[in-house]
Write a protein that binds this ligand. Structure first.
Ligand SMILES: [Zn+2]
Length: 384
């Protein structure tokens, strides 16, 4: 293995929480002189900044180091089945400005991505951004993404998107590197980074119009070989074999327990609803039918989540998306605890997402920052 370069030192500060030169020396085994040499370009380029004197055990108090979250901004878009949120964030994921666009994945990749680019350019002109340089762009999609190519991989509910070069489209339009990620993955990264940074294993289940899950182990997303890890919406339920799913199959979890399915059932009861967002609005109003059907959906989701929890044994299970609510949480708990051994859930915290709609935005920022300011990229850019 090569000796740690400037990019590796940046990563120690950015991801591992190293805050002083002494801590970096201890973590890398590099000499004081070498650490100083490797830090110089990072400080000169403004990737790191010095903080005030730091707590120290005797002697003069050294200055601290931190990742400079003002070293530019990131453009992020979170696509949903019925709308898209575009935002500009600083490098720590703080949303500086955002816009909700009435454009959905149904419009196809070209029109959707052009709308995002147009909105991003307007957002970048705003005072809140203050003319800071754009360092990257990230987009979260409601379908599986191939991690090797940043392209959608046979998404079941996104007509026209399969293998479309989403990253290239955005990268060419905005002139910066692009990252593309499944939305449940992005939300899992966001919730983990902000609310559960010390959890060694977190699973987030997103229940909106569709259903998906993201798995973060030791602070890193587990995407699977083809980006399909966590794609639990189309697991078959043995007790619902006839329910028709939007993917064309029968008996999928999403056919009975997604926002789309709950909306369909509500409509049949005389409460008109189409999307997960409609169900969310009804839940917020306290509609009893929406609450009852969401709890039932939670029980079905709990059946599949029981298998996920038994396999991964996470410390935190987060429920996110439009249907994330007390009824959903109660329903999931009912079947989850009944269908798992005590050991699988003994230390499991089951909770609603804390970041709401910003979870995917914050997670995408983190993914883009990992791409642009990761050890390999920085070592290549400024030399070792
Ligand atoms: Zn399906």
């Amino acid at each position: 293995m090569l000796a740690p370069g400037p990019g590796d030192l940046l990563e120690l500060v950015r991801r591992e929480g190293a805050r002083t030169r002494a801590e970096i020396q201890a973590l890398t085994g590099l000499s004081r002189v070498t650490v100083a040499q490797r830090l110089t370009p990072l400080l000169q380029e403004g990737l790191l900044r010095e903080t005030g004197p730091h707590e120290s055990t005797g002697g003069r108090r050294p200055r601290g180091l931190e990742f400079n979250s003002d070293h530019g901004v990131v453009v992020v878009a979170a696509l949903e089945t019925t709308r898209t949120r575009a935002a500009v964030t600083d490098l720590a994921g703080t949303v500086l400005t955002h816009a909700d666009l009435p454009v959905s994945v149904q419009a196809g990749p070209q029109a959707t991505l052009d709308a995002i680019v147009g909105a991003s350019r307007e957002l970048l002109e705003s005072d809140a951004v203050g003319g800071r340089a754009v360092r990257g762009v990230g987009v979260a999609l409601p379908g599986p993404v191939d991690p090797a190519t940043w392209r959608p991989s046979e998404p079941p509910i996104m007509p026209g998107w399969d293998a479309y070069p989403v990253g290239d489209h955005l990268s060419e339009a905005l002139g910066v590197p692009a990252a593309v990620e499944n939305d449940a993955n992005a939300m899992a990264v966001g919730e983990q980074a902000v609310r559960h940074p010390r959890s060694p294993a977190l699973v987030l289940v997103k229940v909106s119009t569709g259903i998906g899950a993201g798995i973060v182990v030791d602070g890193r997303l587990f995407r699977g070989i083809d980006g399909g890890a966590g794609d639990i919406g189309h697991v078959r339920l043995v007790d619902q074999p006839d329910a028709l799913c939007r993917c064309g199959s029968h008996g999928c979890l999403a056919a009975s327990a997604s926002g789309w399915a709950v909306a369909k059932d509500l409509t049949a009861l005389g409460v008109p609803a189409v999307s997960g967002r409609d169900v969310r609005a009804l839940l917020a109003e306290g509609n009893p039918a929406a609450a009852r059907l969401t709890r039932e959906a939670g029980r079905l989701i709990g059946q599949v989540v029981a298998a996920v929890v038994s396999l991964v044994n996470p410390g935190v299970l987060v429920l996110g998306g439009d249907l994330a609510s007390t009824p959903l949480l109660s329903g999931v708990r009912e079947t989850l605890y009944r269908r798992t051994l005590p050991r699988a859930t003994r230390h499991l915290e089951v909770t609603l997402g804390a970041l709401g709609q910003d979870a995917a935005v914050i997670g995408m920022t983190r993914t883009v920052v990992d791409l642009v300011f990761g050890a390999t990229a920085v070592n290549e850019r400024i030399g070792r």
